[in-house]
Design a protein around this ligand. Structure first.
Ligand SMILES: C[S@@+](CC[C@H](N)C(=O)[O-])C[C@H]1O[C@@H](n2cnc3c(N)ncnc32)[C@H](O)[C@@H]1O
Ligand code: SF4
Ligand code: SF4
Length: 355
């Protein structure tokens, strides 16, 4: 049964403040670490050095700050979040305050599922292609097999989605990934690889990408279990091919790095990184003094965590139908009945593919 959390009151409070012209974040993304057990070509994060990781008490301080700022949804990522020994405890604290999600490469998923599943509303497992294509992009053999095995165990425990990143090397796999999701009876979320300066350039050439985006939009229209809205695909097509941009509202999503610092304006551009941890920052004040104007016309990335909230309008019926009613229907249809499986003891400290 769905749990009513303080997020409801928080959302009303935030909506009232927004009506008064105040900016505040709705969604938070938190990288628990940069370290990873895979080496994806397009990814800059595994190449970064971690500072000392935060203790659980500090993770809770981050959550308290985000709750005060009005955040309703907290998504965990990395690096590879399942490498954190205390990820289950962090999720337990988070789930008492927010709707939660986690994105993983799936390598450790089967072993750690019992610790994380009870505290998650959504689980994303990355798959960048079928079989060898995925392994090549992820840099480590057997990563496809491990991810799919993880999905097979998670889908009966927590609503599970494939997270598919479209790159120049897997353009012909997007549709196959949607088919795989249908076979596994789970959902899919899609993003287009962005070229970070510190990763291999893997963003698809725009001319070659277009038919893939159009196909995904058509699949979504015909009921494929894609999380992104039709508007999301249209916004990409309009901005990249027709010169009609969308208005980016990066203030709707707040990002916290592994040391607890806020990254602005978004984690893609990362132009500003505060020196203080978020619990020592007045987020409301920062949000309403930061100059967001230069980023409203940016349109450089197509990351759903920025693009989808930027497009949403309560007053637009198609927006409501697409994102709220259709999405809720998909979500309920695919929400598994959780088994009463007990939580396993914390199994590992850090496991690497070679281990
Ligand atoms: C950075 S990873 C962290 C979580 C976990 N290690 C994983 O791979 O799912 C989160 C998501 O970002 C995606 N990603 C990696 N590099 C990207 C890029 N250059 N542009 C867009 N998405 C990217 C990954 O494919 C993954 O789905
Ligand atoms: S598994 Fe995730 S964090 Fe690790 S290298 Fe790949 S995309 Fe980056
Ligand atoms: S469109 Fe630009 S400002 Fe907006 S999230 Fe993407 S990179 Fe950041």
């Amino acid at each position: 049964m769905a749990v009513i959390k303080p997020v409801v009151l928080r959302s009303v409070n935030r909506a009232l403040r927004n009506l008064g012209g105040e900016k505040s974040p709705v969604i938070a993304g938190h990288k628990l670490l940069y370290r990873c057990n895979l080496e994806c070509k397009m990814c800059p994060f595994w190449r970064r050095e971690d500072e000392e990781l935060l203790q659980l008490a500090d993770e809770v301080r981050i959550m308290e700050s985000l709750a005060r700022a009005g955040v309703s949804f907290l998504g965990f990522e990395g690096g590879e979040p399942l490498l954190r020994r205390d990820v289950g405890e962090i999720l337990r604290e988070a789930h008492a305050r927010f709707h939660t999600s986690l994105v993983t490469n799936g390598w450790l998923l089967e072993h750690r599922l019992g610790e994380i599943a009870p505290h998650l509303d959504l689980l994303f497992v990355s798959l960048d292609g079928i079989g060898e294509t995925h392994d090549r992009l992820r840099g480590i053999p057997r990563s496809y097999e491990r991810a799919v095995r993880g999905i097979r165990s998670s889908r009966s425990e927590v609503p599970t989605f494939i997270s598919h990143t479209v790159t120049r090397d897997n353009l012909d796999h997007a549709e196959k990934i949607v088919e795989l999701a249908e076979q596994l009876d789970i959902g899919v979320t899609v993003q287009i690889a962005y070229d970070y300066q510190t990763a291999d350039p893997m963003s698809p050439q725009r001319g070659r990408l277009r038919p893939t985006i159009e196909r995904l939009r058509d699949l979504r229209k015909s009921g494929a279990p894609l999380m992104e809205s039709v508007d999301y695909f249209d916004a990409i097509l309009n901005s990249w091919y027709e010169g009609k941009g969308w208005r980016c509202k990066p203030w709707l999503t707040i990002n916290i790095d592994p040391s607890g610092r806020i990254v602005l304006p978004c984690y893609v551009l990362q132009e500003y990184q505060g020196q203080l941890p978020v619990w020592d920052v007045d987020i409301r004040k920062l949000w309403n003094s930061f100059d967001w104007a230069p980023y409203e016309s940016c349109n450089k990335c197509a990351l759903a965590c920025y693009l989808e909230p930027s497009l949403f309008r309560w007053t637009d019926f198609s927006s409501l139908r697409d994102r709220v009613f259709d999405a809720a229907f998909h979500y309920m249809e695919r929400t598994p009945r959780r088994s009463s499986r007990p939580e396993s003891s914390r199994l590992i400290q850090i496991e690497t593919p070679a281990a």
